[in-house]
Design a protein around this ligand. Structure first.
Ligand code: ADP
Ligand code: MG
Length: 669
């Protein structure tokens, strides 16, 4: 057979494995996340095309060749498979005219090919008593046998399919023609390319492909006249697409009690019967066998009808047309072509891969955490019926370990667990680092004033010991006191930071606090017109620790002022408004802004970009602690070179514990 009829459209595959589940010959494997068709293992049955919801399976399409080469340039005949009534249920009698509109010079039924081969089948049946004959109109069947049941190749009836018979008939009776087969079958695309039957057919389209071609040519089949097919007229060959149709045409007795004949249809039953014949369990003379449940269930049928309605349509067409033909004309056509060569051969081409040993299978199962039978869930998520089948497929190089869903979930869970513990370790390390940073900061901040205190006090001590005059040392003592105060300040700030200070709640208007701060013009060092204050709360009273909240605003406004020291345009904007049960204060400046890197450290104690002695790096850290004690939020938005906005949310009521769910703090503390 010819390989590469079905392939995968990579980008569309979503790894659902339904094609793997559906493939009867394990010809699909997962490679780099995509279910790829292994060309030489494929039997072109087209089941994967049918089940892929993502339309990720593509079949070799002859549409271009037919339209642009044959119809445009050459005398082209169409032969239509007898399942057409199921694909065009309301318009099947108009189909011949639709094809003529497309440019086909003759449109006849493949069913006459079935009539041609039926006589030969009967002869084989009657004359052959030494082995079970397997019928061969279905290419998926003989592809399957050639590749996976090579021992049954001699059992295949050495007779061409109706399609090839019809092609050979037309080519014998007409010169220089192209013959295009149209039907429900994808495997026909591989059959006509087969070396053994080459030249009979020039292209094969499915009914769905034909519908696309008609649509592209703007041919509305509904609007056309009904008409007959062109000769040769077919008789009972029209019943081939139905299960048992071949036997009906050949007039072989297919009674249920006839043990010489078995009718088989559908993938699973096909596998069973071939296994039984191969093991010598079946002694019947003839097996009429189709890979699909009749050709009316073929992957290219393109019909919305269910199985029985499709069957009914084909029978309806046979009923209407069987008696329209002149029996004598039909018979003489068969007689005149009695010498037509309708034989063919099949070539064994085994694709069976060596079976892995029991040891290898156990090893593979263990790799996916299956150590005992109990561990084998047989869930089928990998596309294989059992875990053992899956392990065998891995051993044969047809599957990957990551296709086992429970194993994959275990792996993900482990990875997640590891990630979580690494995250915790990192968090702890960060915590330690920030404690270290704090300690270093405190040491540095306290060391300077303590150094001064020690220096001056030891100098004073020496002088007192010497009995020197110390009456002019008041200034030195003041310096010692100042430095000691600085130390006290740092310690009390630290206490605030550690949130160990208590809050003293009173009812107060936030806008009054802000107005107080802003009124101290000297403090902001800004001109009146450089300050804009807007209160939309009508001096709303809230519950808070007035001194601490004042401290927060002083810190934030201080930062804003300092950020604008070097910038030409200075504008401090303070906006107070209400949002639900909260007060929101936005303090914006047109200062230097904060880089992305620094914005992550704003609330870290002792983080400062200011000169030594100017910034302590505790302002925002303390503000954060105070705001959190008030069950509020503080966040900072900033653009370098443009300015900064600090937004503070405070709940109106604190005693009643009515903390709102305002915005989330964006800054990583
Ligand atoms: P300090 O003011 O002592 O440096 P803060 O905790 O108040 O400490 O502020 C930390 C740092 O955050 C400042 O050094 C500055 O880099 C930055 N910062 C805070 N507010 C602003 C602002 N409005 N504009 C620009 N930078 C700011
Ligand atoms: Mg500050």
């Amino acid at each position: 057979m010819v390989d590469g009829i079905v392939s995968t459209i990579g980008q569309r595959c979503r790894r659902c494995y339904s094609c793997i589940r559906e493939c009867p010959v394990n010809a699909i494997c997962v490679e780099e996340g995509q279910a790829v068709v292994i060309e030489d293992r494929c039997i072109s049955c087209g089941h994967c095309v049918k089940v892929c919801s993502q339309h990720a399976k593509r079949t070799l399409n002859d549409a271009d060749l037919v339209v642009n080469e044959f119809l445009a340039k050459q005398k082209t005949f169409a032969i239509v498979a007898p399942a057409f009534a199921a694909s065009f249920p309301d318009t099947y009698l108009k189909l011949p005219n639709a094809l003529r509109e497309l440019g086909f010079q003759s449109v006849s039924e493949t069913a006459f090919g079935a009539d041609l081969v039926s006589n030969i089948y009967r002869e084989h049946y009657e004359n052959n008593n030494h082995k079970t004959i397997i019928s061969s109109p279905c290419p998926a069947i003989y592809n399957f046998i050639e590749k996976y049941f090579v021992e049954l190749v001699p059992n295949l009836a050495p007779i061409v399919s109706p399609m090839i018979a019809m092609g050979r008939y037309l080519k014998a009776n007409h010169e220089n023609i192209k013959v295009v087969f149209i039907g429900p079958c994808i495997a026909k695309k591989s059959e006509y390319r087969d070396e053994g039957v080459e030249g009979a057919i020039d292209a094969a389209l499915t009914f769905s492909e034909l519908k696309e071609i008609l649509a592209q040519a703007n041919i509305e089949i509904d609007e056309l006249e009904e008409s007959q097919f062109d000769p040769p007229y077919a008789s009972l060959g029209k019943s081939y697409p139905l299960v048992g149709g071949l036997l009906k045409t050949t007039d072989i007795d297919s009674d249920v009690l006839n043990k010489d004949v078995i009718i088989v249809d559908g993938r699973d039953k096909v596998k069973e019967i071939l296994k039984d014949i191969s093991e010598g369990k079946i002694k019947s003379k003839f097996i009429d066998i189709l890979f699909c449940e009749g050709c009316i269930s073929g992957p290219g049928i393109d019909s919305d009808l269910n199985y029985y309605s499709r069957r009914e349509k084909v029978i309806e067409y046979i009923d209407k047309n069987l008696h329209n033909i002149y029996k004598n004309v039909w018979k003489s056509e068969l007689f005149n072509n009695r010498n037509l060569d309708l034989s063919r051969e099949y070539v064994p081409q085994s694709k069976i891969r060596p079976m892995p040993s029991e040891e290898q299978i156990s090893e593979i199962l263990a790799r996916t955490n299956k150590f005992t039978k109990k561990d084998e869930l047989n869930c089928g998520a990998c596309g294989y019926k059992t875990c053992r089948d899956y392990a065998i497929a891995i051993g044969k190089g047809l599957a990957e370990e990551d296709m086992c869903l429970p194993h994959l979930i275990d792996k993900l869970e482990n990875a997640y667990g590891e990630l979580k513990s690494t995250q915790e370790q990192l968090h702890n390390a960060e915590k330690l680092a920030s404690i270290g940073q704090l300690a270093a900061g405190v040491a540095h901040e306290l060391n300077n004033p303590l150094g001064t205190i020690m220096l001056y006090s030891s100098m004073l001590k020496k002088e007192i010991e010497r009995g020197a005059d110390t009456s002019n040392k008041t200034e030195d003592l003041e310096l010692v006191l100042d430095e000691a105060k600085r130390c006290k300040n740092i310690v009390s700030n630290l206490l605030n930071f550690a949130r160990q200070g208590k809050i003293k709640i009173i009812s107060v208007s936030i806008s009054d606090i802000l107005k107080d701060i802003l009124r101290t013009v000297n403090y902001t060092k800004l001109a009146d017109e450089e300050i804009e204050f807007k209160d939309e709360t009508d001096s709303q009273i809230i519950e808070c620790d007035k001194d601490q909240i004042k401290q927060v605003f002083i810190n934030v406004i201080n930062n804003a002022r300092e950020s604008m020291e070097e910038t030409p345009s200075k504008k401090l904007d303070v906006h107070v408004f209400r949002e639900g049960e909260n007060i929101l204060v936005k303090i914006s400046d047109t200062g230097c802004g904060i880089s992305e890197e620094n914005s992550k450290k704003l609330f870290t104690p002792f983080f400062t970009t200011k000169k030594i002695g100017k910034g302590t790096g505790l302002g925002l850290a303390i503000a954060y602690g105070i705001i959190k004690m008030h069950k509020g939020d503080i966040r900072v938005n900033s653009l370098v070179g443009e300015g900064t906005t600090v937004s503070i949310r405070l709940p109106l009521r604190l005693v009643s514990q009515n903390a709102g769910n305002g915005f989330q703090n964006e800054i990583v503390n």
